[in-house]
Design a protein around this ligand. Structure first.
Ligand code: PBG
Length: 305
């Protein structure tokens, strides 16, 4: 009766990794319980997610071919575009969000176009806008740009509006840190940069005030929901953003946060279910309205009991 924070399956967004081919359901080694799946398998999985009371998924693509400009990202017949159509066809109530970024599609693994070994911010914006529009055309419900290029929310907003998708919301990865907690995801999405790192566009983990600046910029450009990422080592940021702005706040409980708990449980050192629920509760308590988490299905099963 006096509990201040409660979790519900409808707080969750479940990430799915879609790959090319047929009948593929490949477990990601560093993320037990998570899979790379072909479109046919993703559809079944999406239905299961919805049946657990989880309202939304976010899609990440692993294309068959990667190139310098990440053309698989805005290919109308790309893996994500196909998956969106298939899911909206078979599970229309499920809300489909797409990760809008280049790193899964570029041969060098960076989140933008390269010039002289560095990522070119402004040239990347046009490609991100094309990617978002192609997701919208395939039937996506919301675009979630995760690249951290300056000005991308505005570029995507303008492109969506001019292509007839003015009602499509944008959830911006607004305060995204250059974090080592993304390690397992990069195995899952096959998106590890071939050289260097992402520190020229992602944030320094030591900075707190800068997060508020980044979030304010994205809201000014038209972001409808803002995200803090990772979640657990950044609860102070989630709380700051919640207190400073009146838009919904999402938090990404990232791959490394998931894998640590899975590994600890496998070794028998921690109680997986209790630690999982404690972590998710803490993210909500800090101020997140929405939680992107690989634990969504496991937690929903407990909450539904
Ligand atoms: C793409 C992207 C990343 C994640 C989500 N979108 C990786 C990165 O920035 O390297 C990480 C998600 C996770 O670790 O679970 N830019």
């Amino acid at each position: 009766m006096v509990r201040e924070t409660s979790l519900s399956p409808d707080d969750f967004i479940y990430p799915l990794f879609v790959t090319y081919g047929k009948n593929i359901h490949r477990e990601i080694k560093s993320m037990p319980g998570c899979f790379q799946e072909s479109v046919d398998k993703i559809v079944k999985h999406a239905k299961e997610v919805y049946s657990l009371g989880i309202p939304a998924v976010i899609l990440f693509g692993i294309p068959e071919h990667k190139d310098e400009t990440g053309s698989g990202a805005y290919d109308p017949h790309g893996v994500v575009q196909k998956a969106i159509k298939a899911i909206k066809d078979k599970a229309p109530e499920l809300y489909v969000i797409t990760d809008v970024c280049m790193c899964e599609y570029t041969s060098h693994g960076h989140c933008g176009i390269l010039e002289k070994g560095g990522v070119k911010n402004d040239a990347t914006l046009e490609l991100l806008a094309r990617e978002a529009v192609s997701h919208a055309r395939a039937g996506a419900d919301m675009a979630a740009p995760s690249d951290m290029m300056d000005g991308r929310v505005k570029a995507i907003r303008i492109a969506l509006d001019s292509e007839g998708f003015s009602e499509m919301p944008i959830m911006s990865y607004a305060a995204k840190y250059a974090s080592a907690f993304y390690g397992p995801f990069r195995e899952a999405a096959e998106s590890t940069p071939k050289f260097g790192d992402r520190r020229s566009y992602q944030m320094d983990p030591a900075n707190r005030r800068e997060a508020l600046k980044e979030v304010a910029l994205d809201i000014g450009e038209g972001a409808d929901i803002v995200m803090v990422k990772p979640a657990l080592a950044y609860l102070d940021i989630i709380s700051d953003v919640r207190n400073a702005f009146n838009v919904p706040v999402a938090a990404y409980n990232v791959s490394g946060e998931y894998s640590l708990i899975k590994a600890g449980a496998k070794l028998g050192w921690i109680d997986e279910k209790r630690v999982m629920m404690e972590v998710l509760t803490s993210i909500k308590r800090a101020g997140a309205d929405l939680i992107l988490t690989y634990f969504a299905k496991d937690a929903a099963k407990i909450l539904n009991k």
